[in-house]
Design a protein around this ligand. Sequence first.
Ligand SMILES: [Zn+2]
Length: 424
Amino acid sequence: MKKLFFVSLSLLLFGASLFAQEPLKVRADAFPPKDENNDVKATINMASTVADMANWNRYPTYETYIAMMQGWAEEFPTLCHLDTIGVSVNGRQILSMYIEVQTVVDLYRPEFFYSSTMHGDEVTGFVMMLRLIDTLLHGYGSNEQYTELINHTRISINPLSNPDGTYRSGNHTVRNAMRYNANFVDLNRNYPDPFGTEPMQSQQPENTAMINYVTNHNFRLSANLHGGAEVMNYPWDSFTSNEQPHPKRDWWISVCQRFIDTSRSYSNSHFRDTYPSGYTAGGDWYVISNGRQDYMNHYHNCLEMTMEISSDKTLNSDLLPEYWRFLQHPLVNYIEEIHNIDNSSAIEEVTSLPASTQIAIYPNPSKDKIFIREELTNQIELFDIKGIRLMQLPAGSRLVDLQGLPQGIYFLRSGNRTGKIVKR
Ligand SMILES: [Zn+2]
């Protein structure tokens, strides 16, 4: 009942009609049985060569997937390179296509990140991301929107972040894929939790690799793609919006609205299985802890949302082109939103943060130098309010010199800990 109350309230706040509200479904993504097998009836055709992917109505075998990624990197060397994020428990590659045009100089080119299929059986996003890479690379120079986007944005696309779950039955098929990684851990309950106190299973190699990757970049906007429902959900996942709204809630709602409106202009029948509006705050749908979305928002000052893009986790492969038809434009437009962020309110003011996660500093505010009260065990980074990293200091440093920086608000980060500095 508690949950229904919050949902109704949020719908009222969004101005949506309660009359249209269907009975609330249990969150498909929440706590499935361990040996869930939702694709017994799905028609799954596999592509065992890159040529077999020509019509985008098949799932690639693992080898085909790797060949596609390597093929693009070779075909478009001035447009992209292949990043290895890491290796899964069973030794499969976790890759990202990093699209960064070499021939255009733009010093402020923000970094965007798409990542899909951390739940191995939620494979629609896997193929959508592959097709997005293909479309952007082939469209550069001929399609005006893609050209502009790539000229002014660095875009990293990780189509498959849990390859062992997806290829659980072997590299040749995605049939009987599973949500978990090879250690049967749910990777979306395995990130450091800025708010939670729940014990976490030991950090999995897939997530350690991802954490290292995002730490070495400065992603400002991202999304992670899932399946099992069709609903956009924005942070926080750890709270209902009544308990704690995200500081950029209004911005998120407008982004979601644009996404859904665009999608519905291509197909009016999607994004309707969970909320009439097609979007929600994550926690209003279902509160989770140790998820990636809140981790990215809190620790990396990266605006990340979760896109649940298909009601079926493992879609009939014949339906993949239809999903692309209504997802292509909103997925591209979402990347453009990175140029539409009001940075003045970009930083999360999280009041419920446990004191143990804060870095104690003095004096604060300060004119030029600040001191850290203890020796921190991780590297220390200084960010400005736009999330741009200005400084990296070795672990244990006690002094941060702000001379030469303009007045304003800055953030320190060291491992899981953060601190806010006001420079006078
Ligand atoms: Zn999922």
